[in-house]
Design a protein around this ligand. Structure first.
Ligand SMILES: [Zn+2]
Length: 133
């Protein structure tokens, strides 16, 4: 939460409960990719007041500027957002386009990378492929 308050101070924007709720979602779902649509759906289950996707995009842009979160694009141009951590490795499935954060270690050559995306089939798709053959 501390990071969020610093970010809002730096950007000179006010605290809002929506902003905090979105950030909390990232803290809760550390390893899960969240698209803006998913964030809207989760928030609208929790909030009596409807939150629009444009509002969510606006908040996400602020988070991105503060480097609180990272954005990863999948093969069908959906953008997913993750809590920002150093040297993260993301995997995008070349079959179903699912985006996941992996616990892979970054090799020496890429130590200075902000984050890395690997394009390969996810476990589920590999399993289905093996079943089919
Ligand atoms: Zn897959």
């Amino acid at each position: 939460m501390e990071d969020l308050y610093l970010c809002m101070q730096k950007q000179n924007i006010n605290y809002t409960s929506v902003r905090e709720s979105i950030y909390k979602l990232f803290l809760e779902k550390k390893h899960v990719a969240l698209s803006a649509t998913e964030i809207v759906n989760i928030l609208n289950q929790k909030y009596p007041k409807k939150i629009s996707i444009n509002t969510v995009y606006r908040h996400l842009r602020v988070f991105l500027e503060c480097k609180l979160i990272l954005s990863v694009h999948d093969n069908v141009k959906t953008t997913y957002y993750f809590l920002s951590t150093k040297n993260s490795v993301f995997q995008i499935c070349t079959q179903c386009s699912q985006v996941q954060k992996t616990d892979r270690e970054v090799c020496h050559e890429f130590q200075d990378a902000d984050f890395i995306t690997v394009h390969k089939k996810c476990k589920k798709c590999l399993l289905n492929l093996n079943k089919g053959s």
